[in-house]
Design a protein around this ligand. Structure first.
Ligand code: FES
Length: 110
């Protein structure tokens, strides 16, 4: 599946992602700027914040629909403003259904 990231400078990165990886891992491995992911995907840093495109957020799922409240708490404390499409990218697993996914990397992570 292809995931398109728009980095904080507005540069587009189209990445061929692996099913089962996370949107965060995929960005880090492919050098997409702006995804800091300080905690390495353990849901404790909020520095992997992305804004999922409006057209995709229902398919990806909203942070508030997760059973785990930690993601919402972290997003509320995130540096960049939380939007309805805000997710922590380490919590989004790549699937074939997400082929074409568009995310914007949050402008600030700290
Ligand atoms: Fe730390 Fe996602 S990498 S919360």
């Amino acid at each position: 599946p292809t995931i398109t990231y728009i980095d904080p400078d507005g540069v587009k990165h189209e990445i061929d992602a692996h099913v089962g990886a996370t949107v965060m891992d995929t960005a880090v491995k492919n050098g997409v700027p702006g995804v800091v992911a300080e905690c390495g995907g353990f849901l404790s840093c909020a520095s992997c914040h992305v804004h999922v495109d409006d057209a995709w957020i229902d398919k990806v799922g909203r942070a508030e629909d997760s059973d785990d409240e930690v993601e919402c708490e972290l997003l509320d404390g995130a540096m960049a403003e939380r939007t309805p499409g805000s997710r922590l990218s380490c919590q989004i697993t790549v699937t074939d259904e997400l082929d074409g996914l568009l995310v914007r990397v949050a402008p600030e992570q700290f």
